[in-house]
Design a protein around this ligand. Structure first.
Ligand code: ADP
Ligand code: MG
Length: 569
């Protein structure tokens, strides 16, 4: 007797509901999608209303171009979009949406109503659906509606020009998802945060937020700085500096805070890429680095930064929720941001003594915050290009996750390379709290004396102190945690070994030796924070063009490699 097959293709409602889970995580993700649709429709004013944290109701009204009677039901079908037509269009996305999934996904987990009218039509259209709508029935406009039932059939209705999308009873049919939501107050906060992000990105568009019948945010069209004042506070706006940088068709502009103010977390930092909110640990790091020595350790600058880049150099289509974005010219973007920030901060002197640089000058990549925000659906796209540490293995290797796959880092080789790069780039001197006296043998002194200038280039400040004694006033900031006497003993040995070489070779040799001596060793335990900091530093300093020495600092296991090893391809 032949067995009945146990595998079957899912009924569309089930498939839709599963797929919807990827897009619609919580009320804030609904708001994000609907606001993006309004922006894509050219709206000049967008109004958002939520009730009971968005679970009872979310409504987004806009004055954009609206949808025709024929288009309105199509908008609800999966993979139905007016924004991309051919695979080529994916190469240069200029709209916020393009996957054609948002409305169908929302409809799969809520009761959805669209009321809309285009400028040319006298009468508007209403469509209501409950549960997802198969494409076939969306296209079949021959049906006539049966009087307001939620069947996806368009009905004539009075409507202003523009679109109003109402989402009721979110997750009524997915109780599991409901359980993961936070309190209505918290969900409302997340909705507000999402809206604030878009309000900051689009200051010339009016935004409004109504929560449980009370107006929580009214943002009329304004200048960027006025909008910052409204969203982040007037006292913040008063302390902002404008930044502006362009290189080719890359532009970085916006506002950053004077070192007079700072926050204890990064929640005041907003980055936009071609009008799309993005999150990126590396961008945060590039923003924060020039503040080192100007802002106390543990304080973070505020910033609203707009990056404009040829859309062909951006790949938005790497994540189902579009949570990640890939840049073709990451380094150029990071450099432009640093350049803009350094320039704006130049009138503010560094105060090394007050805010010592060195190991703990800035904290690492804010991946946890980023992941948390992604989880909470606060807009947020992550620029790929960083790596998240997953842990240490054998007290020697770090394992990290990147958008491409896995990276395994040799902690000593990596740290050595980071330190070497920093030393070669003329490290800043780190002044010792009290100068340290070195009493050397005659032979050692003879080695050290001619090398003082070369060592000064690396960030040492050492002066003769009579006879064979020297006074060490500063050591390179990247080596700040080393014992000056031990470090110099090692370097003097190295100077002796290299004494017959030319100056350049000696400089390089000494920098490498110093890096090797100061780097963490195989077998050293690293805290999670130390692991992440090392990985971030490696990602920032590593470049295939400059990577000098023999042993690799890391190996990557890309998706292709993993698939090959597991015989998936
Ligand atoms: P996407 O935004 O990826 O195209 P959506 O499911 O979000 O997919 O929307 C489907 C289509 O519905 C859009 O391409 C657009 O044509 C139309 N649409 C959605 N929202 C609006 C709106 N507020 N105003 C005008 N058209 C809209
Ligand atoms: Mg959309």
């Amino acid at each position: 007797m032949s067995q009945e097959p146990t595998i079957h293709v899912m009924p569309p409602e089930l498939a839709e509901r599963i797929a919807a889970g990827e897009v619609v995580e919580r009320p804030a993700s609904v708001v994000k999608e609907l606001v993006e649709n309004s922006l894509d429709a050219g709206a000049r004013a967008i109004s958002v209303e939520v009730r009971a944290g968005g679970l009872a109701l979310i409504r987004v009204n806009d004055d954009g171009r609206g949808m025709s009677r024929a288009d309105a039901p199509l908008a609800l079908a999966r993979f139905a979009t007016s924004k991309v037509h051919s695979p080529g269009d994916l190469e240069a996305i200029t709209t916020l949406g393009f996957r054609g999934e948002a409305l169908s996904s929302i409809a799969a987990v809520a009761r959805l109503t669209i009321l809309t009218r285009v400028a040319g039509e006298l009468e508007g259209t209403r469509v209501e659906v409950e549960g997802s709508m198969p494409l076939a029935s969306a296209q079949d406009t021959s049906q006539t509606g049966n009087g307001g039932a939620a069947d996806g059939v368009p009905q004539p209705a009075a409507s202003p020009i523009g679109t109003s999308v109402t989402v009721r009873d979110l997750f009524y049919n997915t109780p599991a998802r409901r359980k993961f939501l936070k309190s209505p107050t918290r969900e409302t906060e997340l909705v507000r945060d999402t809206l604030v992000r878009y309000a900051l990105a689009y200051p010339d568009i009016a935004f409004r937020l109504v929560v449980d019948g009370r107006e929580r945010l009214i943002a009329p069209p304004a200048s960027s700085l006025e909008r910052i004042g409204l969203c982040l506070g007037r006292e913040v706006a008063a302390e902002m500096l404008e930044i502006e940088w362009s290189a080719g068709d890359l532009r970085v502009g916006g506002f950053i805070s004077r070192p007079t103010i700072g926050r204890s977390r990064r929640q005041g930092q907003f980055f936009f890429l071609n009008g799309r909110p993005i999150r990126s640990g590396l961008l945060a790091v590039m923003l924060e680095r020039p503040y080192a020595g100007r802002l106390p350790v543990g304080r973070y600058p505020l910033a609203v930064v707009n990056i404009a880049l040829d859309p062909r150099l951006v790949d938005v289509n790497v994540h189902p929720r579009k949570a990640e974005v890939r840049l073709a010219q990451e380094r150029a973007v990071y450099q432009a941001l640093t350049g803009a920030v350094v320039e704006a901060l130049s009138p503010f002197p560094k105060q090394e003594a007050l805010f010592p640089l060195g190991g703990a000058g800035w904290a690492g990549w804010p991946f946890d915050e980023t992941v948390q925000e992604l989880r909470e659906g606060q807009a947020a796209y992550v620029v790929a290009g960083g790596a998240q540490s997953l842990g240490q293995v054998l007290n020697t290797y770090l394992v990290a996750r990147t958008i491409e796959g896995l990276v395994v880092v040799d902690q000593h080789a990596a740290h050595e390379q980071v330190l070497y790069e920093r030393l070669s780039a003329s490290a800043e001197p780190h002044l010792l709290a009290s100068p340290e006296r070195l009493s050397l043998t005659a032979r050692e002194a003879e080695m050290l004396r001619p090398a003082l200038i070369l060592l000064a280039d690396l960030g040492f400040e050492i002066e003769p102190f009579g006879g064979d004694s020297f006074l060490v006033r500063a050591i390179p900031a990247p080596l700040a945690d080393q014992s000056p006497a031990e470090l110099l003993a090692t370097l003097i040995d190295e100077l002796r070994r290299l004494r017959d070489r030319d100056t350049e070779a000696i400089r390089e040799g000494v920098a490498m030796k110093a890096a090797c001596a100061a780097a963490v060793k195989a077998g050293d335990y690293l805290t999670e924070e130390e692991q992440q900091t090392l990985i971030d530093d490696l990602m920032l300093t590593w470049s295939p063009a400059t990577c000098p020495h023999g042993r690799p600092a890391f190996i990557t296991l890309t998706r292709e490699e993993l698939e090959r090893r597991f015989l998936r391809r």
